[in-house]
Design a protein around this ligand. Structure first.
Ligand code: SF4
Length: 387
């Protein structure tokens, strides 16, 4: 498939809708719009949109705009520890309206230390390797101090790139790739129309590592529902055991009304896991990871237990302790933690020792009429707010 870039005139600086949580301080540079696949049954992000490739010249204009504002911010901050809010507002007010977005992107990046850049949207590696290399070289030329350039990519796309092109892309500066593996089970991947198999995921992951790029694999606990929970945990761990990615990142399933999985759920063909069942699945998954040195992270707002984090194999016990502690609780306390966590009263299990927070969680449960019997159904509604 040959994908051509759009030939419309430059529309101004653009930002896409999402980035990985770990790229909060990165400069976001949009090189494509939306998702060329757009069929995953759990993903609401680009539904109803059309994929397009931005011309390299337009991407360069975006980079130039950010570079101009970074220069101005450097001048404003000369001799001072930081720039005052008043100075930033005064500078922003003098700008023409079509410069505002680039300015705030530059400002956020400036205050975040300007170390990394994330290329948007869902699958940047689908563009011609020569174009990607040109963009990467231009970024490095304008911002020679950056240490990391990263992107999302689909396994299916990486699988089709030649080793030499991938190495050239790495040499031009792309040094970390985030892949949405979601599952290593072919049954689950088929159910959710991921457009990849376990074999493709493994090949793509190994290819990224062979090109000396850092690899971050996203896994979606709960994606197989009740009937495929075991196979999802075991075969995903099996795939990751063969890849040994640098990072394994957990992002628990939520099912908004706009996605295909919601239809399957309504028709009774998909049964969503409760929080307790999801914790059991994650425990089984982590216990099956073997012979790898990946760093496991749980840094997504949708995850119940964000403290499930650490490096394998040495942190396995510490990483699984919160899962075991949650599973050992009685249903009343599990319910209180679920409510408190989803309402922002608790950020970890430790917070349940705080009497004030605990009382707030009890009050919220009473006011909302939440009990161990209805907690998961209520939380499913709350979680849709975070997608
Ligand atoms: S490939 Fe990624 S962005 Fe595209 S539909 Fe699937 S999950 Fe969403």
């Amino acid at each position: 498939m040959i994908l051509k870039s759009e030939t419309k005139a430059y529309q101004g600086f653009e930002q896409g809708p999402i980035r990985p949580p770990s790229e909060a301080d990165s400069l976001l540079i949009r090189i494509t719009r939306n998702c060329p696949w757009n069929r995953c049954a759990f993903c609401p992000v680009y539904k109803g949109t059309r994929f397009s490739i931005r011309p390299v010249a337009h991407v360069r204009q975006d980079i130039d705009a950010v570079a101009r504002h970074v220069d101005s911010l450097r001048k404003l901050s000369e001799g001072a520890d930081r720039i005052s809010r008043a100075e930033v507002q005064a500078y922003g007010q003098k700008l023409p309206p079509d410069e505002i977005d680039a300015f705030y992107a530059a400002f956020n990046w400036f205050v975040g230390g300007m170390r990394s850049v994330f290329l948007q949207d869902a699958n940047s590696l689908i563009i011609k390797p020569a174009d990607l290399i040109e963009i990467l070289r231009y970024l490095k030329a304008r911002f020679p101090w950056i240490s990391r350039i990263t992107s999302y990519a689909r396994s299916h796309t990486i699988d089709r790139i030649s080793d030499s092109d991938l190495k050239a892309i790495r040499d031009a500066g792309l040094n970390r790739i985030h892949i949405g593996m979601e599952s290593g089970s072919n049954a689950v991947l088929k159910l959710v129309e991921k457009g990849a198999t376990q074999e493709i995921h493994i090949r793509a992951g190994l290819k990224v590592k062979q090109a000396r790029m850092e690899l971050s694999e996203y896994v979606m606990p709960g994606l197989g529902g009740k009937s495929l929970s075991d196979v999802h945990a075991l075969e995903t761990a099996d795939a990751l055991n063969r890849i040994n990615p640098d990072f394994i990142r957990l992002r628990t399933l939520a099912v908004p009304d706009s996605v295909g999985l919601s239809e399957l759920w309504k028709e009774g063909r998909f049964e969503k896991l409760t929080d307790r069942q999801t914790a059991e699945e994650i425990l089984r998954f982590i216990e099956t990871l073997d012979g790898i040195t990946s760093f496991v992270q749980s840094d997504h707002i949708l995850n119940l237990l964000q403290e499930v984090e650490g490096r394998l194999p040495e942190d396995r016990e510490r990483m699984t302790a919160p899962l075991r502690a949650f599973l050992a609780m009685d249903s009343e306390n599990q319910c209180l933690f679920q409510v408190g966590r989803r309402l922002g009263i608790f950020s970890s299990l430790q917070d349940m020792r705080d009497a004030f927070r605990m009382e707030k969680a009890k009050q919220a449960s009473r006011q909302l009429g939440i009990t161990p019997e209805n907690v998961d159904a209520t939380i499913d509604v709350l979680m849709k707010r975070f997608i």
